[in-house]
Structures are given as structure tokens and as C-alpha cells.
Design a protein around this ligand. Sequence first.
Ligand code: TXA
Ligand code: MG
Length: 332
Amino acid sequence: MNRGVTTEITKVDARAIKAAARILRDGGLVAFPTETVYGLGADATNGVAVARLYAAKGRPSFNPLIAHVSDLIAARHIARFNDAANRLAAFWPGPLTLVLPKNPGCPVTELATAGLETIAVRIPAHPVARDLLARFGRPIVAPSANRSGHVSPTDAQHVLADLDGRVNVVLDGGSTPVGLESSIVACIDNSIQLLRPGGLPRADLERALGHALAVEVAAINDGGEAPIAPGMLSSHYAPRAHIRLNADCVRAGEAVLAFGAKYPLGGQEAAMLLNLSERGDLVEAAANLFSHLRALDASGVASIAVMPVPFEGLGEAINDRLARAAAPRRSS
Ligand code: TXA
Ligand code: MG
């Protein structure tokens, strides 16, 4: 069904939200902005709709999805919160996903959780996501609205580039403010683990928890080992061009992804240059990361030289995504 549907792209108003909620109720797919990246949404309780979503993304079906809900009551209905989860829920609505034990009465279809006993839950902060969730009244599962293996979309045109003809409607809410996917923390029994660094810096999470956070991010060279957040395949964010990290010079024919005011680097002149943040601001850099990677890749260069980005704050998640973009491709 999703190959060859007519994709409508629409500005957001009350009518568009109402129409989008109807599409979800009918088992269709709606792409919508969240504060992190655009999501490809389906009715979490409808197995057929979720199957369509996997097909549209071209995503391996063992990869579980995040259930987006409108408030804590809905979140507590589908998952069990321990002490740590209760503390971290203070960041909601916001760029945080909690992986928690699924509640017995959880209405989310097994397909969406890939048969796991746990479920990923998030209350997004973006007004369009919130309006859609409120209007729809059920959980919405939404992976990032890109084809599997591509970088996450941070504006409506990115969504169209990947999913035109595969999604019924794209709600155009402009550029997403954070630009990186949510941070994912698993709170299961006594084990609290950071599964994916993301839009909420680790220091904020640790302050709320009152202790340091163990990292269980899938190793960059995971060599086929099942990652803990199963979607964290090393090549998950792969652009077409070769990515050369920590570059301190430009080689012939290369494009440059810069950070800070240090450019120009030594060496050749860049085929194309984009700066994540000239003033060295990591929040601005996160918001620009995926759109700059897309734009440099679209220029057709064979290689993109990436200048070093510091690891503090959102730099942890930025460096994680860059390392994945640079990792060798999987054949899947
Ligand atoms: O910011 C975001 O989180 C965006 C927006 C749309 O909300 N969504 C997003 O979804 O990034 P996705 O599907 O691209 O990434 C979700 C990650 C995947 O790596 C998946 O494997 C992991 O969450 N995940 C989902 N359920 C899980 C579970 N029960 N246990 C461990 N990891 C899980
Ligand atoms: Mg994704």
C-alpha cells in the first residue's frame, strides 16, 4: 500500500491535525515533527498499520519502535516505572525515551515491540506532536521518518526525499529545534543504562538520578553482536560519501563539515564547506548536524572531512552519530 500512495505535505492547523488523526485511525501513516527529529507515525495498537510502517521504512522488523504518548497517565498505562524512571520522567515532555517493563494490559501491538518484554516510551514536547497525540487519543509509534540506514530528517523536505509515495501525509512544522534523536535510558529493575546518547545531555540525566550513568551504547564496531538498543547498528546513519573524522586538513575533492571558527584548515580548498556552528555552540551544532550531512552528501563528493567536535554536553551524541556515519556499511 505504501509504495504508490499520494503523499500530501501540509502546513499545520487544527484541520490538518484532525485529518491526520483520521488517517492514523484508518491505519495510515503520518509524518510529523517532534522537537528532536521528524517521526513516521502509526497507530501503536494496530498491527497492520505497524507492519505498513516497517515496510515504508524498509526497516528490519526486529527493530522495536518508540511509543509516543501525550501524558504520564498514558505512559503509566503501558509501562512500569521504578524509582529511577519516576525521577527521569521529570524531563517529559522532552527529548528523552525510557525503556521500561511492559505492563500486562499494554495496548501496543507485539509487532511494535518486536516481541520484547520491554517498551520504549516518550512524551514529546513539540506542539504539533502534542496536538496530534491529544487529538488521536492513543499511543503513536514513530521511528525517525527516514528510510532505514539514512540520517534522520530534521525538516519536511528531508522526509519527502526519503518517503514520498510511502506516507499518507507529512505535517510540515519547519525545522526541528533539537536536531538529534532522543536520549534513551533503560530503567529495568536495578539496572539503569544509557542506551543512546541524544538530545538530553548525560549530565542532566545524571543530576536527576544523583549518580553516574552506565553506558551500554552499542559499540561502534559491533561486529554483528546484537546491540542493546537494537536500532543502533553501527552504520545506521550512513551517508553515501565516505566520512573522514577528526580531519585537520582538506584533501583534494573533499567537502568539509566544520565546527567552530578555526576554518580554513590546511591543505586543498574544500569542494563545499558547511559549519555546524561557527561560534562553537553544541546546541546549534546538533540542530544542524543531519541537514548539513545531507546537503554535503547531496553535492556528490566522494569524501566528507569532519573537523573535531568536543565531547561535552550534546557533543557526546553528535560524536556518536558521526562515528556511526563513518563506520563501514553493513550489507543488510
Ligand atoms: O527522537 C526520537 O527518539 C525519534 C522521534 C521520532 O521520537 N525517534 C527515533 O526512533 O529515533 P527510532 O526508531 O529511529 O529509534 C529508536 C531506538 C532504536 O534504536 C530502537 O532499537 C530502540 O530505540 N528501542 C526501541 N524499543 C526498545 C526496547 N524495548 N529496548 C531497547 N531499545 C529499544
Ligand atoms: Mg532512526
